[in-house]
Design a protein around this ligand. Structure first.
Ligand code: SAM
Length: 187
């Protein structure tokens, strides 16, 4: 699959020029402390860079599924990881897919969603569904690009995170195109 081709077809959805680097994938999954998690959800797996690390790190007894809006990426993931469930749909419908999976609350939600290309309303709506889906004490992890996070929309997104979660911390910046860091948010 040509990631750039999908970006050109769906610029708002993909919101990146290349898949995340291994550095970023390792960082986000390490910070998720998956060994302590029973119910894990990935939003916007794309070509599966984070998915691969999630599968490596999660407990074998844990429940895991993903939600992706792009069919080309879904068929790729289905080929690479036939055992996992990837729902074709929008992250905002997370609760519907949890019901289908028989999952009442999530311990970890790992996001590859392109927040910077969402409107403020879409950011709000998605974040409130994510908070609803998480159990108390559960973690939501997402990345942001540097230095875009210093711009107005980046600061606005951080304010939204602080509004929705009890605590929000940031990692250092890692090599990625563009450089990126991870927000770790606790409900
Ligand atoms: C920036 S890419 C990240 C892909 C991958 N996680 C990575 O880091 O390389 C964003 C992904 O989110 C998907 N996406 C965008 N909006 C979505 C939504 N509302 N619900 C589910 N997936 C979405 C896109 O199709 C794309 O695969």
């Amino acid at each position: 699959v040509d990631f750039l081709k999908e970006t050109i077809k769906y610029p708002k959805h993909v919101g990146a020029l290349s898949p995340s680097s291994l550095n970023l994938a390792e960082l986000i999954v390490e910070k998720a402390k998956l060994n302590q998690a029973r119910n894990i959800i990935e939003l916007g797996p794309g070509t599966g860079v984070f998915t691969e690390h999630i599968l490596k790190r999660m407990n074998r007894k844990a429940n895991f599924f993903a939600i992706e809006v792009n069919k080309t990426f879904i068929s790729l993931i289905n080929k690479k990881y036939p055992s996992i469930n990837v729902y074709h749909g929008l992250a905002v419908n997370i609760c519907k897919y949890m019901e289908r999976e028989g999952m009442s609350k999530a311990d970890r939600i790992i996001s590859g969603l392109p927040w910077a290309s969402f409107s403020k309303e879409a950011q709000e709506e998605n974040l409130s569904k994510i908070v609803l889906a998480l159990k108390s004490g559960g973690l939501f992890l997402t990345f942001a690009y540097f230095p875009i996070n210093h711009g107005q929309s980046g600061r606005q997104f951080k304010r939204l995170l602080l509004k929705h979660f009890d605590s929000v911390s940031e990692t250092d910046i890692v090599l990625n195109l563009p450089p990126a860091f991870v927000y770790i948010c606790r409900k």
